[in-house]
Design a protein around this ligand. Structure first.
Ligand code: ISL
Ligand code: CA
Length: 544
């Protein structure tokens, strides 16, 4: 039924969305209490970051029981109520499916430590090279090597992420059967589908050492292998039993690789989250920031628009620092927030709004490492300290890139703890909640939030925006312009990514502008976004 092609999906990071019982931790009853808000905003589905039982080393991405709810978040009854209440409001629920690894507290891992247990080969165990060396030279996503010695079994196990997240071994067919059962368990409860975590690294072709790289040495053994495609095709059969949906998080993918994961003829995923546009402001690794170059960003986005029939569109999620300080301008906070909203909601694909993005949240305002929770940031801090990088420089790197930037509590109001909790929040609330908060923005017709709502409604009412083709008009140093076309109708979008005004050769009847104006004569204010209709004919002489 492809409902997801017309949908706008909202990502919830449950721990930081809404606390209901004053323990400082967001929870499922909290989410239920905000369904009215999500309905008012106009989203069609919510994707919940993991709510399964977990020791929370990686905030739920380390699962110890796939069929239980983390008691901090509520009960199974709460979850069932959420699904029900959401459905009543025509909002689908999508769960996070983390199947590359489990927590080392998962019973499979615990029992698998014994060699003659049926779970013995659910994970990658290896003795290493015999004289104290590791089994291979691979390096992990959170920095450092990716083998941990288990004293009980006297062997190393593989972990591409933290050492508390052991990689599952799909060479053992029982593992895939377990995953299928887990999917059916949740699909039977009425979830509409899954966001599949790091879904292109499941299959490790071999454990051979790899060519040394700046990031992820060894990736050629597991990045988008044929074995991985076979796994996805099997998962698709389960999804098809329920007409369910799947978006995959695909790391280090090129458009070619992405097409193989979600091309219509492939029968694997419906769409993928890719990363290239998130890498426009870095050298090699995310910790090495460089100045954001809008043109590189435009070219990247256009390439993905042109090369894939359908994209999962996002500018933020729980792993990425907030988009305004990154791609926009702190000085032009409101204007650049509106411009980024326009970008997200006018490209071809399914837009994913991350909680807080719709009010222009800007990351954390922490002053020191002690305030940071993210396991990745902590690992990196430790590694940098080992290499004697001074604390000040470490903090500079981490404060700009830490995933906690996206994880501070949602700013509902300008009051105590931003209305997130009556207790002490698990992660610090940004003090700018007095200025950036839903309560104020909802009252203000000129706010970022009001702009989101308006664009959501516009996209809903416009077949061109939902389904139209993408045609690139300009990817300049500061202006990004494109047309969406469907059956002879078209809309032109012009975005000025700069603190300076700009001039565009494009003309048309004004549909929307993020600045107050009645018509459009080609001049754009700083960070202005305009949507034009009909006569949006491009002047070829200006050159594209
Ligand atoms: O930036 C990255 C790669 O360029 C990483 O953030 C990577 O995409 C990410 O670590 C993978 O993300 C997913 O799996 C992790 C979990 O920590 C993340 O929160 C999740 O989104 C392990 O499950
Ligand atoms: Ca709580």
């Amino acid at each position: 039924m492809e409902w997801w092609k017309d949908a706008i999906i909202y990502q919830i990071y449950p721990r930081s969305f809404q606390d209901s019982n004053g323990d400082g931790i967001g929870d499922i009853p909290g989410i239920i209490s905000r369904l009215g808000y999500l309905e008012e905003l106009g989203v069609d589905a919510i994707w919940l970051s993991p709510v399964y039982r977990s020791p929370n080393v990686d905030n739920g991405y380390d699962i110890s029981d796939y069929r239980a709810i983390n008691p901090e978040y509520g009960t199974m009854e709460d979850m069932e109520r959420l699904i029900r209440e959401a459905r009543r409001r025509d909002i689908r629920v999508i769960m996070d499916l983390v199947i590359n690894h489990t927590s080392t507290e998962h019973p499979w891992f615990q029992r698998g430590r014994e060699r003659n247990s049926p779970y013995s080969s659910y994970y990658y165990w290896s003795r290493g090279d015999g004289d104290g060396g590791l089994p291979n030279n691979w390096t992990g996503f959170f920095g450092g090597d990716c083998w941990e010695f288990d004293v009980e079994r006297c062997e190393y196990y593989l972990h591409l992420f933290s050492k508390e997240q052991a990689d599952l071994n799909y060479h053992n067919p029982a593992v895939l059967e377990e995953v299928k059962d887990i999917m059916r368990f949740w699909l039977d409860k009425g979830v509409a589908g899954f966001r599949c975590d790091v879904v292109n690294v499941l299959w490790k072709e071999s454990l051979a050492s790899g060519k040394k790289r700046a990031v992820l040495t060894g990736m050629e053994q597991y990045l988008s292998q044929e074995g991985n495609h076979e796994i996805l095709r099997q998962l698709r059969r389960v999804l098809d039993e329920y007409d369910a949906f799947a978006v995959g998080e695909a790391v280090f993918v090129t458009p070619d690789m992405a097409r193989d994961l979600c091309g219509e003829d492939r029968r694997e995923l419906d769409m993928v989250f890719s990363f290239e546009h998130m890498e426009c402001d870095q050298y090699l690794v995310k910790w090495l920031k460089r100045k954001f170059r809008p043109q590189v960003f435009f070219e990247c986005l256009s390439r993905w628009q042109q090369e894939l029939d359908w994209n999962a569109l996002y500018l933020e999620n729980h792993d990425q620092p907030r988009s305004i300080p990154r791609f926009g301008s702190k000085k032009y906070w409101k204007k650049s927030g509106k411009l980024l909203a326009t970008l997200l909601l006018t490209l071809r694909g399914t837009p994913f709004i991350y909680q807080g993005e719709e009010i222009g949240m800007t990351g954390f305002d922490f002053a020191r490492m002690r305030q940071v929770n993210d396991v990745e940031s902590r690992n990196v801090n430790r590694i940098l300290a080992k290499f004697r990088v001074p604390a000040k420089l470490r903090w500079r790197v981490i404060s700009r890139t830490s995933r906690d930037n996206a994880r501070t509590p949602f700013q509902w109001t300008g009051g105590q703890q931003a209305g997130f909790t009556t207790g002490r929040p698990w992660l610090g609330v940004n003090h700018n909640c007095t200025k950036v908060n839903l309560a104020d923005e909802r009252r203000d017709p000129d706010s970022i939030w009001s702009w989101y709502r308006e664009l959501l409604a516009l996209r809903k009412s416009s077949g061109v925006l939902r389904r139209g083709d993408f045609v690139l008009l300009e990817a300049g140093k500061q202006v990004f312009a494109y047309r969406r076309e469907l059956k002879g109708e078209s809309l032109t979008i012009v975005l000025n990514f700069s603190d300076r005004p700009a001039q565009s050769p494009l003309r048309g009847t004004l549909v929307r502008s993020s600045c107050p104006r009645r018509s459009f004569n080609g001049s754009l204010q700083p960070w202005e976004a305009v949507i034009l209709e009909e006569e949006g004919v491009y002047d070829e002489s200006a050159g594209v």
